[in-house]
Design a protein around this ligand. Sequence first.
Ligand code: CP
Ligand code: NVA
Length: 300
Amino acid sequence: MKHLLKMLDLSTQEITETLDLADQLKYELKHNIPHPRLAGKTLGLIFEKASTRTRVSFEVGMYQLGGLPIFLSAHDMQIGRGEPVQDTARVLSRYLNGIMIRTFKQSEVEALAKNGTIPIINGLTDFSHPCQILADLMTIREKRGALDGLKMCFIGDGNNMMNSLIVGGLKMKMEVAVACPADYRPAAEVLDFAQAYPAFSMTTDPLEAAVGADVVITDVWASMGQEEEAAKRRKAFAGYQINDKVMAAAKPDAMVLHCLPAHRGEEITAEVFEKHSEEIFEEAENRLHAQKAVLVKLLG
Ligand code: CP
Ligand code: NVA
């Protein structure tokens, strides 16, 4: 593992090793065992979009590992005034030991990795959100003991979360069923990958996707950058809510995950959200542990 750019790049073994290390780091933190595995290392955090969880968990994680996080708002950087990403990569490679970037285009993240000489971590693009998927897989494995053979159901937009969960779930030998409107399917690259797996299915019917699910997952209907489409999307996704009916189709003890922020009354009802809030906030906590594992693997 040289970078974390998208789930498609990771092998099953790399995902498993990362989750194992995340469990270990969580244990060390909970038992007050110092773990300064990145003493003296620096991580730049470039944000071209808003963030609560990603920013705070990377900054705290880097501090707990003995390193230094440096928050870089794209609005205050020359990148925001048009300095090419290729030049930014070559300059920052001379100061930092790693970069996390949250931006719009996946190609920008790939360009940083190609032109720089240090590990690049994707902190979310329009195409993928690998840090979140590692935390989600960690949470499911923690609650259920294993991933193999469990059914994951994602209901909603074919966005960065759906793209990445399909790939992560299938690589970890889960059954993956997604439900989305015909005009909001996951990326072609992801569907190409998924078609080879008999354990993958896609439908426009949320109840069909939810049947027998062990984990039901959703995300916002309008992602960052799609604010102007919000009204149109509210109409298109009106039948794609995680509610009691969907949960009745899933296994009686099914988990619910949401990467947050959540819009109660849109993609999930307030009742289902609150009933599963312990799982959802454990998932948010696991961002910290999963990302620390990624940092140790890439920068250690
Ligand atoms: N889930 C997630 O990535 O949250 P933030 O946008 O707050 O970082
Ligand atoms: N799909 C959402 C995820 C936020 C963590 C977005 O891209 O805005």
